[in-house]
Design a binder for this molecule. Structure first.
Ligand SMILES: *Cc1c(COP(=O)(O)O)cnc(C)c1O
Length: 390
């Protein structure tokens, strides 16, 4: 630390210089997060001093958090459910697995070697969670549509099965598992079904309202016990804002893991009220209508992107269900690296060689796409020329 401090103006300049090194949103095509809505930024700033780890002090902020949880439960078809705002999808998924464990313990079904059944498209946050909790993942194959196959799930069930995780919008491919089919398979076994809708939770309800043929994934499906949803992704709120929702109070049971601190139902202790306030501001400001309009634009832009890619001769790996486009590009890793040096950030696929993944969200406008597609074509061309030379 400096022996004497810097004037505020100098600190401000240093920070501005650091932030200027970040890639501008208009060049970010790999991230499910987006520039937060201005209403969220303003609200988060107003609540920058708040701490939801101490609800004796931050009573009004706590009230806002409860309101947000109710709004999310209503969105997911279970107004009478329970839930908490958390730091993101990772913490939400952790709390869901903990709750499943609490439930198994309470009902005398907890194995000493608990297993959780997941598909190969499950989010990597579960790797961390299973390692931390000593749970064995049982990975089952996905079907031709890259969805968790209900028959494979059924075959994978054992006396040690603690839970099954379905994904409503994989971050990798935007594929929505058929939650109702999986729930039907689990019903006779009474196994906990968790739905990871971190990516799709703020897309699918509005896309369905627009008439898109997406399946039900929420508490309207009997057997869904918990859901993860991430307001800091398609919910347009500031980081860190995730949520875990439970079908009912008993399903939650987080309390049994947090002895002595009944006010704490999340993993973090001291935690930002600014996140809760920011989510609330966006939900209130946009309403259903606002989210439907944004969703419509995202789908229009996704369509525009896939049309432009098709015109340029690029084929898709899979027809996008959400707003994630995975396109075949030869030498994808080299193309991605070259795009990076030219200021564009895309990702590549671990599953498919020679595929570039592009996420369309609020900042990926038609204009951005109009600039990006020629940049991709150029990078592809330059890499092919280089490869031919070698
Ligand atoms: C982003 C994401 C997560 C993890 O959420 P964080 O907010 O990054 O902790 C988990 N599952 C899915 C499907 C995701 O898209």
């Amino acid at each position: 630390m400096r022996p004497t401090g810097l004037p505020v103006t100098a600190v401000r300049e240093e920070i501005a210089a650091a932030l200027a090194e970040d890639v501008p949103w208009s060049r970010v095509l790999n991230s499910i997060c987006t520039e937060p809505h201005p209403v969220a930024v303003e609200a988060a700033r107003a609540a920058a001093h708040t701490n939801l780890g101490d609800v004796r002090i931050f009573r009004g902020t706590k009230r806002v958090e409860r309101k947000v949880v109710s709004l999310l439960l209503e969105l997911l078809g279970r107004p009478q459910g329970a839930g908490s705002l958390v730091s993101g999808g990772t913490e939400a998924n952790l709390l869901a697995v903990l709750a499943a464990r609490g439930d198994a313990l309470r009902t005398g079904r907890l194995s000493d070697r608990p297993e959780v059944v997941v598909g190969s498209t499950v989010h990597f946050s579960f790797d961390k969670i299973f390692a931390a909790l000593g749970v064995t993942p049982v990975r089952v194959p996905v079907d031709d549509g890259l969805r968790l196959a209900p028959e494979s799930v059924e075959k994978a069930l054992t006396e040690h099965t603690l839970a099954v995780v379905a994904t409503a919008g994989s971050s990798e491919l935007g594929v929505v598992d058929r939650v109702d089919d999986i729930a039907a398979v689990l019903e006779p076994h009474g196994v906990w079904l968790h739905v990871d809708a971190a990516t799709g939770g703020f897309v699918i309800p509005f896309a369905r309202e627009l008439g898109l043929p997406l399946p039900r994934f929420d508490f309207s499906v009997d057997g869904v016990r918990s859901i993860t949803i991430d307001p800091h992704k398609y919910g347009l709120a500031n980081v860190p804002a995730g949520a875990v929702l439970f079908r009912d109070q008993e399903a939650r049971q987080a309390d049994s893991f947090f002895h002595g601190t009944p006010a704490h139902t999340t993993f973090l202790g001291t935690r930002p009220g600014s996140a809760a306030v920011a989510v609330y501001a966006v939900l209130e400001h946009l309403g259903r209508e606002g989210f439907v309009a944004i969703t419509r634009t995202n789908y229009e832009n996704t369509r525009h992107l896939t049309d432009r890619l098709a015109e340029a001769g690029y084929g898709l790996i899979i027809r996008p269900e959400l707003n994630i486009v995975v396109v075949r590009v030869p030498n994808a890793v080299e193309v991605s690296d070259l795009l990076d040096t030219r200021g564009w950030i895309v990702s590549t696929s671990k599953r498919f060689e020679d595929a570039v993944r592009i996420v369309v969200t609020r900042h990926v406008t038609r204009d951005v796409i109009e600039e990006f597609v020629p940049a991709l074509i150029r990078a592809d061309h330059d890499i092919r020329a280089g490869v031919a030379e070698r």
